[in-house]
Ligand binder design. Structure first.
Ligand code: B12
Length: 211
């Protein structure tokens, strides 16, 4: 594995990072491996932000580079797009949290495996999740969470789904940088991960018996 790409992101060198993504994907390297290196770069940017070495402007720049990388990789990720729907998913980043790079990435990967994704976006009110679940009747509900202050909105949404008698009709997943066993238990979810591919594998495994 090369550190060059992660480093280009950490140094906020947009041209260098995107050229590397382009040339490596054209050479046939795994788009998932390339994305993982981008994610590692983003993690280091986050650490520098936390230490006060980087500021919001650097976070924004890194996010733009990451988006550019996903745009380049998108055709490689969806190359094997199956036609038939494997199952439905409602996806959201809840109220108070506007991070969406990981959510969008997970959505692209799970769509590429044939799942129908209803993405509610970011800063989503818990009541909107309930409304969408009633309408779509999904097999999965996925929350993406990057900041700790979103815990309570996720818990509220999960409780509202329970009160509406809907909670036993789908698997609830939580992903994103702050997903953990503790968060999973707090919101009474079925699964958590900090890795999009693990999330895709969980969906495939859970739906397995249905096909
Ligand atoms: C980029 C970034 C931003 C960008 C976001 C742009 C965007 N469109 O998303 C901007 C600049 C807007 C931003 C803003 C802020 N940010 Co910010 N940000 C980051 C940063 C550097 C990277 C996050 C990222 O995109 N990573 C790359 C993606 C691919 O990784 P990921 O999200 O974890 O996703 C992976 C998996 O988790 C999984 N996944 C994700 N979602 C889901 C969902 C499901 C269902 C599944 C199965 C899987 C899955 O798939 C992905 C691939 O494997 C992080 C640092 C970090 N370590 O995370 C800080 C970080 C998250 N931000 C932080 C903070 C504090 C903020 C601000 C409050 C800053 C401020 N003072 O204003 C604001 C928050 C505003 C708000 N209300 O949300 C803190 C949060 C601390 C905390 N624990 O609460 C962090 C951790 C930085 C730090 N170390 O301090 N940020």
């Amino acid at each position: 594995m090369s550190e060059e790409l992660a480093l280009a992101i950490v140094e906020l060198n947009r041209d260098r990072a995107l050229n590397l993504v382009k040339s490596r994907s054209e050479k046939g390297e795994s788009p998932l491996q390339i994305l993982e290196e981008c994610r590692q770069g983003m993690t280091i940017v986050g650490e520098r932000f936390q230490k006060g070495e980087y500021f919001l402007a650097e976070l924004i720049l890194s996010a733009e580079i990451f988006k550019g990388a996903v745009e380049i990789l998108d055709p490689y990720l969806t190359a094997t797009d199956p036609q038939e729907s494997r199952g439905k998913m409602v996806l959201a980043t809840l109220q108070g949290d506007i991070h969406d790079l990981g959510k969008n990435l997970f959505a692209a990967l799970v769509k590429a495996q044939g799942f129908e994704v209803h993405d509610l976006g970011v800063d989503v009110a818990p009541a909107l999740v309930v409304e969408k679940v009633k309408e779509v009747k999904p097999d999965f509900v996925g929350f993406s969470a990057l900041i700790t202050s979103v815990f309570d909105a996720m818990k509220e949404a999960a409780e509202m789904l329970e009160e509406a008698g809907l909670r036993n009709q789908f698997k609830l997943m939580v992903g994103g940088g702050i997903a953990s066993e503790m968060v999973k238990d707090y919101i009474n979810a079925d699964f958590y991960t900090t890795d999009a591919m693990e999330g895709v594998a969980y969906c495939m495994k859970s739906i397995g018996g249905k096909r």
